[in-house]
Design a protein around this ligand. Structure first.
Ligand code: ATP
Ligand code: MN
Length: 476
């Protein structure tokens, strides 16, 4: 097997011949190459004997060049590394260009790096983030597999526009310059590819529910799309969502699952990505130090992650939360953009963050929201005005999970669908679940990028997905 930098840095097989391929991060004094191959945040130092190396070859060892080295592993006398490679042969696999290569060994703004998203993963920060993202993704599948869940691939193209989670992107093969029209002048989707109007999915939940009603415990983890024109640091037009759905789980069991799941995957990266997290912890501290004192995080990144793993999430009803918010300082002093004056108000991100960051100072699960600010499928409580919804709120992020116990009673669900003016014919199959062997069931959606954001301490969601899709931007 090809050796990699991560493996060799941990090796103590001195005097052995090693072969490595990677990219030059820096080359100094015509002698020291810092080589990186992406297997770890660390570079390995490769020392060349410049007197024995061709001058023309030396000139080609520049930042960004792809090289292959052969040499012997020796203990390093230099600071900052325990081993290095005494190079006996070096081959340039692909030249870089010192004048034109955008990723010079210096600090670049995230803005600049977003414009160079094809190269930004060659920086320490982005390679660390993307390795953590990969580990988190693995941890998601590991958790569910070990806990008896089946992975269901729910459709990306959906024929129902009743998912209700956000604005949708239409999928069509019709000629947009000259679409077929019906007599009433409306577009004739009967002639479209699927014979009906279709969109990209905003959530796999409704389909996942059908599978939970046979396999009991399922999850879907796939891309979702929302054409929401919100340019925030927490919204993407294309993002990945983790959606478990469990038969026989009530809302309490749903909260237990969400909490246990999040702790488990964060713990996995704490145990398996410590080099990357340590690097990101320092980056986070540097960024925090540039903020005004009141806005700075009280915790370091690693402390935040450990805190989440070690402490219970605070469970608070919407009604309690409204009482807290109504009487809190920023509300009384009119510091909130949206003031809270009565029960029934939808919570904005500023309120969620106040509860988490200022009031409780820990992750919070809010539950039992007013029915009319939540989706049609959530189970109505006996009070007739709240539903069994839950949102998990995280420091620095706000909402990371949205979920609920689902309405399993046919009549109640149908009534709700009618009241909201949703076309019940669109949901015939969803309603049938309530006709044949219906059961209490619950689930939630967790935005994968928000989880990666929290875990890596990155401030902008565009920097935790390889190629972000946002309004006016689908480059790469
Ligand atoms: P928000 O109020 O933050 O827009 P939402 O209420 O629209 O969230 P849900 O429909 O409940 O969110 O979706 C479930 C989860 O998906 C959210 O908790 C969040 O983690 C994530 N999510 C929702 N919209 C986006 C988006 N545009 N980009 C990235 N993640 C998202
Ligand atoms: Mn939203």
């Amino acid at each position: 097997m090809q050796q990699n930098v991560a493996g060799i840095l941990q090796s103590d097989k001195f005097s052995q011949e090693v072969h490595l391929k990677g990219w030059v991060r820096t080359f100094r004094a015509n002698r020291f190459i810092a080589l990186n191959d992406g297997s770890t945040i660390k570079n390995i130092q490769c020392v060349i004997d410049f007197e024995k190396t061709d001058e023309s070859l030396l000139k080609r060892i520049t930042t960004g060049a792809a090289i292959a080295v052969t040499g012997t592993l020796v203990e390093s006398l230099g600071k900052g590394q325990s081993v290095e490679i005494q190079v006996s042969n070096i081959e340039i696999l692909g030249d870089s260009n010192p004048e034109k290569y955008p990723i010079q060994p210096k600090k670049h703004s995230f803005e600049f790096l977003r414009e160079n998203a094809h190269l930004r993963v060659r920086t320490n920060t982005f390679s660390a983030v993307m390795r953590v993202r990969s580990a988190l993704s693995f941890a998601v599948h590991k958790y569910f597999t070990e806990n008896g869940f089946y992975n269901v691939h729910t459709p990306i193209i959906t024929g129902s526009d009743a998912e209700g989670a956000g604005e949708m992107f239409q999928v069509t093969t019709l000629d947009l310059t000259n679409p077929p029209k019906k007599e009433d002048g409306k577009i004739d989707y009967g002639q479209d590819f699927f014979g009906k109007e279709t969109n990209l999915t905003v959530s796999g939940q409704l389909e996942a529910e059908t599978y939970a009603m046979a396999l009991s415990k399922v999850y879907t983890f796939g891309p979702t799309f929302r054409a929401e024109n919100s340019n925030t640091t927490r919204h993407l037009a294309e993002f990945w969502m983790i959606e478990p759905e469990v038969a026989f789980n009530d809302l309490d069991a749903n909260m237990d699952l969400a909490e246990d799941f999040i702790k488990s995957v964060i713990n996995y990266v704490l145990e398996n990505c410590l080099d990357d997290l340590t690097f990101l912890d320092k980056r986070f501290a540097k960024e925090e130090s540039t903020k005004p004192a009141q806005q700075r995080s009280e915790f370091s990144l690693l402390e935040k992650l450990k805190f989440v793993v070690d402490n219970n999430f605070k469970r608070v009803s919407y009604t309690e939360a409204i009482d807290i918010l109504r009487n809190c300082k920023p509300n009384k002093k009119k510091k909130f953009q949206y003031l809270i004056d009565e029960w029934g108000a939808d919570l904005q991100s500023e309120h969620e963050r106040y509860l988490v960051e200022k009031h409780f100072k820990c992750p919070v699960i809010l539950f039992d929201y007013p029915a009319n600010i939540k989706a049609f499928y959530m189970r109505l409580n006996d009070d007739g005005k709240t539903v069994r919804a839950m949102d998990v709120l995280f420091p620095g992020i706000g909402e990371i999970v949205g979920g609920s116990q689902r309405e399993e009673r046919y009549d109640v669900l149908l009534e709700k669908i009618k009241t909201l003016g949703i076309d019940e014919k669109e949901l015939w199959w969803y309603l049938e679940l309530r006709k044949f062997g219906t059961a209490v069931h619950s689930g939630f959606g967790l935005g994968f990028e928000r989880l990666v954001q929290f875990t890596t301490g990155m401030g902008n969601i565009r920097d935790v997905i390889p190629f972000p899709r946002t309004p006016q931007n689908a480059e790469f």
